[in-house]
Design a protein around this ligand. Structure first.
Ligand SMILES: [Zn+2]
Ligand SMILES: [Zn+2]
Length: 234
């Protein structure tokens, strides 16, 4: 069995740490695989993958991913080779992910912020019409997340989807707080486990007071920096 954290961020979007720092922290977190899934960019993921290949001693395999801002909320694409543009429907986004043999995961459908645009349904409401491979049943991105994760549990009982656990870490100290366990050792085994719905989501530990303080401090500094990144790129 191996452990993978399939949703986390670098400073190429609203994360705090560089792709290199993320890979270094991951190597001490207890997971063997990470997917770097920055908002609407693959750049940080590509750099993290490149670094992991130069540092086999760190024992971290990197999957190139993207957290795509769709009209119906955030969708995670894994095993990507081409950029998936934001602001399309979730259905179209999942098709674009599948066209490049990627894997599509519905992210945090019941969190306070799903990323959906007003006037459009939450992807979870139209889930029967979208060919998702998996759904994030554990997103451990904040102290309240276990409450919204419970609602996702009910969906997974009805849908035949892979059940995925992730940290959604924006600070690399939180990598591995949520993770996905699967039978195998490498990223291709993981892909097969997702496609055959044989993954298991887990919590590594729950949020402590100190984590919450760190998270609050990070949020304000990261938001300020990320606004600057967005204003120079758009
Ligand atoms: Zn998100
Ligand atoms: Zn995220």
């Amino acid at each position: 069995m191996a452990k993978a954290d399939l949703h986390l961020h670098t400073d190429f979007s609203d994360g705090l740490h560089s792709p290199r720092q993320v890979v270094q922290s991951a190597s001490k977190s207890g997971v063997q695989i990470i997917a770097v899934t920055d908002h609407d960019t693959m750049e940080g993921a590509l750099r993290a993958k490149e670094y992991s290949l130069r540092r086999p001693d760190l024992n971290i395999q990197v999957i190139v991913g993207e957290e795509v801002s769709t009209l119906n909320g955030h969708v995670i694409g894994l095993f990507l080779t081409r950029f998936v543009p934001p602001r399309l429907s979730a259905k179209r986004t999942v098709d674009l992910i599948h066209q490049q043999s990627g894997v599509a995961i519905l992210a945090h459908p019941f969190h306070l912020y799903t990323g959906k645009n007003s006037g459009h349904p939450n992807a979870v409401e139209i889930i029967d019409q979208i060919a998702f491979d998996g759904i994030e049943t554990i997103n451990h991105g904040d102290a309240l997340s276990s409450w919204s994760n419970k609602k996702t549990d009910k969906i997974i009982k009805k849908q035949r989807l892979a059940s995925i656990g992730c940290s959604d870490a924006h600070n690399s100290r939180f990598i591995g707080m949520g993770y996905t366990e699967f039978d195998g050792t490498n990223t291709e085994d993981l892909r097969a486990a997702i496609l055959s719905r044989r993954t298991k989501p887990h919590y590594n530990r729950s949020w402590k007071i100190n984590d919450i303080l760190v998270h609050l401090r990070d949020s304000s500094s990261v938001l300020n920096r990320y606004r600057k990144v967005l204003s120079t790129t758009s």
